[in-house]
Design a protein around this ligand. Sequence first.
Ligand code: ZN
Length: 356
Amino acid sequence: MQTFTLGTRLCFGENALDRLKTLGAQRVLLITDKFFAENGTAERLAALCGAQTRIFAEVQPDPPLELVARGVAVLREFRPDVLLALGGGSALDCAKGIRSLSGSQAMLVAVPTTSGTGSEVTSFAVLTHDGVKHPLVEDGLRPALAILDASLLDKLPAGLVADAGMDALSHCLEAVAAKNASAFSDALAHAAARCIFSDLPASCAIAKNGQSDRALRGRLHEAAAMAGIAFDNAGLGACHALAHALGGAFHLAHGKLNGILLPHILEFNAPAAGPAYARLAASCGLSGVRGLLFAVRRLRQRLELPQTLTQAGLPREAVTAQADTVCEAAANDPCAAGNPRPVTKADFSALLEAAL
Ligand SMILES: [Zn+2]
């Protein structure tokens, strides 16, 4: 028996943020980072809610448990009926952690400002403790409402467009091969991957020129959420297991790491997941697993993303020195269990060596 869960109501399209006006909230705790507090976006969203609002703007990348604990203290004191998360994956994951650890029943509303993690629709949150990323997976983490409003994406820097887009693509490629993949998750992963292959290079080029294209950005924003729903149901695999372990140790952007690892994981998994990759390739107008592999490498090049860990600025010696800890963490990461081909610590060592 298989299941497929649609747990998050989506609001999207023009003026999607207006949904905040009808939440009926009394007290809103808004979780975000300094950037959105200082540029006025947090205040603007708070005003739309028409409720008493507290802004917690301490979110940092790779949110550590101590930060979540501070947020829990604020939540317990303020007692909100809505928890509004505004930002990239870190802000959304931080809000999920705060809600879960506090035991609060506040409605979680996610407003993503990057198009990658899919955290707005998933039951996953990744929190960091002592240099190790811990993915939490609980049904209760899934936001009740996600608002996808492309007007928040106008000023995204090209680097963030590329990193986030590559993360979303890796969600598609891991979801189609993962152990719980189904016709439902495939349909979403295929549609999202088609959009990413066709629209991501243009979105990145436009960002480089300091411009935006809301229709294009909106399509990619929706694709990231589709990829999120797909992997939330199907699971992930070795790429995310190793990316979490490396990200915890070296704090390199999650999407960059996935981009570096993805071709190696595709080759490793091909003996077990060849037909799933081939179906995805066909759906994207590519020819077989080879065509898919070529398209991933070509996309990475067009986005000017690093191809190796050393190109990404990680010194070979530093990675080698921590290789044992990193591979141990990857083998213990819950995502490893969803990989279509059994993957051991020794396999992760070989994959890490290949990605150097
Ligand atoms: Zn990811």
